[in-house]
Design a binder for this molecule. Structure first.
Ligand SMILES: [Zn+2]
Length: 336
């Protein structure tokens, strides 16, 4: 069930040093893992935290093998709770996900005609762009419900023929509503993309709400183009990775793709030294030193966005070009 990871999952260095302090913190993920797999309470103590001397990430080792990893993120906890909660809060209260002043800062200092995110659609700023592009008094709850109707209306396998027929006409009605809503209320200014790697370390095939998958929903709601990591012809103005870098087995490949194909990258992640056992790894604040060594420009903007944190988290911007980071740096230092 557990597998030994000999190398750093990010930079592949074998210079992993065991951490002096080891923690066993319980949370709802771990409780469900223990209960569903019928594990003893001490089982998770076998998992120890190591630190990579090269890129400064911390990594659990041994950690769940691929079979159990898939079951954790697809079956034990298939739904990405935090993501869907963000969306539902927006629909009910028109409150965008809490990233403090992050969106304002980036929007003021970068010209964002194209924007991309990775793997999970409701964690970052796609809702901010949607909010800015949608008429203030529009009925987003109707829009939301019609998308759910449309995407479930053809789930009719096994039902009588007459019900299938009724569902088909419901489906057409819902799609009409969706298209009318878009025409009347949304003025798209920023082209949006979602890149995915379908990692078994991430919520995916079973990341559903009322039988609707998050990516199918997001494709209708945000009008985003969803695709695999691929060669892009043109650089994306801003790329966001919101709590998904530590949910892939190829974090370096994703990071390199994002930084190589965008003018500016913003990353939001955990930096808790008491690494939770449902995570394979976490980056740390010292990760920015590694980026500097790799000749990338970065800026920790956690303290500039005016957000209250309930656990240690980090926001940083990063670019191959100095000018983007300098512009943000001079803006936020004047605001303080
Ligand atoms: Zn490393």
């Amino acid at each position: 069930m557990l597998k030994k990871y000999k190398r750093c999952v990010f930079c592949s260095s074998n210079n992993l040093i065991i951490q002096k302090d080891q923690f066993n913190i319980n949370n709802f993920y771990l409780k469900s893992i223990i209960s569903d797999f019928k594990l003893s309470k001490n089982f998770l103590k076998k998992i120890k935290v190591y630190k990579c001397k090269s890129c400064h990430i911390i990594q659990n080792n041994p950690w769940f093998d691929e079979n159990f990893c898939r079951r954790i993120y697809s079956n034990v906890y298939g739904q990405h709770h935090r993501g869907w909660t963000n969306l539902i809060r927006y629909i009910k209260k028109k409150e965008t996900p809490n990233h403090g002043k992050l969106f304002d800062i980036l929007n003021k200092n970068l010209k964002i005609n194209t924007y991309a995110e990775f793997n999970s659609p409701f964690m970052g700023m796609l809702l901010n762009f949607f909010h800015n592009e949608t008429k203030k008094n529009s009925k987003v709850d109707f829009f939301f419900n019609n998308i759910l109707h449309y995407l479930t209306s053809r789930q009719v396998a096994g039902l009588p023929k007459n019900i299938q027929k009724i569902s088909n006409s419901k489906s057409k009605k819902a799609l009409n509503y969706i298209n009318n809503f878009k025409n009347r209320n949304i003025k798209e200014k920023t082209k949006k993309y979602l890149f995915e790697d379908n990692s078994i370390l991430s919520w995916g095939q079973n990341d559903n709400y009322k039988s609707v998958n998050s990516k199918s929903f997001a494709a209708e709601f945000f009008n985003i183009e969803i695709s695999k990591i691929r060669k892009l012809k043109k650089k994306i103005d801003l790329f966001g990775i919101f709590h998904t870098l530590d949910h892939t087995f190829e974090p370096k490949k994703i990071f390199d793709f994002a930084i190589g194909n965008s003018k500016c990258l913003v990353v939001y992640c955990h930096v808790d030294e008491r690494l939770n056992k449902q995570h394979l790894f976490s980056i740390t604040k010292d990760f920015l030193k590694y980026l500097k060594k790799k000749k990338l420009y970065s800026l920790d903007i956690t303290s500039y966005i005016d957000k209250k944190f309930t656990s240690p988290e980090l926001y940083f911007v990063c670019s191959k070009q100095k000018n983007y980071i300098n512009k943000i740096k001079s803006y936020v230092s004047k605001q303080k």
